[in-house]
Each structure stands twice: as C-alpha cells, then as structure tokens.
Design a protein around this ligand. Structure first.
Ligand code: SF4
Ligand code: SF4
Ligand code: SF4
Length: 249
C-alpha cells in the first residue's frame, strides 16, 4: 500500500453463523465513510471478486476442518495484517463446545453413518493456526468496536483492546446489577468493550468476550460466593464461549 492508494481489504468466513459479517453490513450511517477509506477486494456476502493480496484481512469463524487449516494458511501468506472478528475466530466460540467430547462421538452424533464423508477437527481460534495481529471479541462483535479497529488500522494506528471487566461499563451505565434480581452474571470476570449490553437490557452476561486479562480471581470469586454461585457453576457458565483450551485452566 502506498500513501496514494487505498488499502485493499478482504473479509473471509470460516465456521460460524455469519452474524459478525452481517453486523458489518449493518454499519448504516457509517457505510459510505468506510467505503471511501478502502478498496474492498473480497467479501463473499456482498460480491464475487477475488484478489491475490490483502493489506488487511478480516476473518470470521473458527477453524474446524482440515480445509479450514489450508485456507487460513493461504490467506495469512497473502495478508499484511490479519484481524480475527467475533468469539468464534478469537476463541473458538460456541463451536468449541464440541471439544469437550471425543471428536469421533461428535461426528457420529452429527453425521451418523456418513461421518467418514465429513472430516472435522476440534474447533480452534484462528490464532491456534496462524499469527493474528488484532482481535475484536464478542458474539457477535459490536459495530462500534469493529469501527474502532477498522479505522485505527486504516489510519495506521494501533487499536485499543479493552482490558477491564464488563462490570466497569455496567456501573458506568448505572444499570441495576442482575445479581440483585437473583440472576448469576459473568460480568466480573468478562472482558468489557460491549458497553454491558446484556445487563443493559436486564439480562446476565454469559462471557461471550472471554476472560479479562489477569482477572482478580479472588475478588471476583468473592462476588460469586456472596451471591450463592459456586466456582463450579461459574466455570460451567463460562464454558459456553470459552471451551477452547478449557482443560488448561
Ligand atoms: S461470534 Fe457469534 S455472531 Fe460471530 S460468527 Fe460466531 S456465532 Fe456467529
Ligand atoms: S455482575 Fe453483571 S449486572 Fe452486576 S454489575 Fe457486573 S456486569 Fe453488571
Ligand atoms: S454483556 Fe457479556 S454476554 Fe453480553 S455482549 Fe457483553 S460480554 Fe457478551
């Protein structure tokens, strides 16, 4: 990319529901500004074109088949900057729930006698296979955070990754804590950046953005204990989006 050319940007989907990609198409008021800053060279949801090189490649979905491994290696070789979008890409996401069972049992359950026709691997985040330069967490990722990462990269700046718990944003928004209404919430140990979306509408956080770095485990566990939630119950709730590498925790 030179100072006078627009960065070539591409979007790719792997194993996921494509909800994060659809969120990008939902940029509404910002879409024309975004398009004026870059040249979009590949985006299956919106166009048929193909390109040989990408200044920035955005990846949605987890890596869960041998062909996914081959494809992500190929994309990495042709990309200057690679960004993982959404929980599936950043942490294996809900797909990694299958990793908690023997992979052959999963194949039998899903494909029955045809299981040999469908090679599948334990679901992995993109970073398990190739170098990831930046990540946007969440299921789905939020449009606001995506725009921050997108514009930072296009302007040659380093995006800021939030490293505080969801509780910080929840308190800032003056939400009523859902623990006070008898629910259990994973906000104390979950990385913020979503503006506490779920507690903001009266729901509990289920940890879709993964753990905050270095959670103050004892303090957070004390919150859980105070509200009658055992460590085992809390761990189970976090498994929904964080099953990849779970046995190492
Ligand atoms: S992170 Fe969530 S919304 Fe995005 S692709 Fe995965 S399941 Fe879909
Ligand atoms: S525990 Fe949940 S509801 Fe309570 S303050 Fe934290 S994020 Fe908000
Ligand atoms: S509140 Fe929790 S579950 Fe809801 S979007 Fe934020 S991190 Fe995800």
């Amino acid at each position: 990319m030179t100072a006078h050319t627009k960065p070539k940007v591409a979007f790719f989907d792997f194993t996921g529901c494509e909800g994060c990609q659809l969120n990008k198409l939902n940029l509404e008021d910002h879409i024309l500004d975004v398009l004026s800053l870059v040249e979009i060279v590949e985006f299956r949801e919106a166009m048929d074109d193909r390109a040989a090189h990408y200044d920035i490649a955005f990846i949605e979905g987890s890596i869960s088949t041998p062909s996914c491994v081959e494809r992500i290696n190929d994309i990495r070789r042709r990309s200057d900057v690679l960004v993982a979008l959404g929980s599936c890409a950043t942490r294996g996401g809900v797909n990694a729930m299958k990793n908690l069972m023997p992979i052959d049992d999963v194949r039998t359950t899903v494909y029955g006698k045809d299981k040999y026709l469908f090679p599948t691997l334990p679901a992995q985040p993109v970073s398990a296979i190739v170098k990831v330069d930046h990540a946007v967490d969440g299921c789905p990722m939020t449009t606001r955070e995506y725009l921050h990462v997108f514009t930072s990269l296009v302007l040659g700046k380093k995006p800021i990754k939030p490293n505080h718990s969801v509780c910080v944003e929840c308190k800032r928004s003056e939400n009523e804590c859902v623990f006070e209404r008898g629910m259990s919430c994973m906000g104390p140990v979950t990385r913020g950046g979503c503006e506490a979306q779920c507690p903001g509408v009266g729901q509990y956080c289920i940890g879709c953005r993964g753990f905050v770095d270095h959670p103050e485990k004892e303090a957070h566990l004390e919150v859980f204990r105070r509200h009658g939630l055992s460590l085992e119950e809390a761990r189970k709730k976090m498994t929904l989006f964080n099953a990849y590498g779970w046995s190492d925790r």
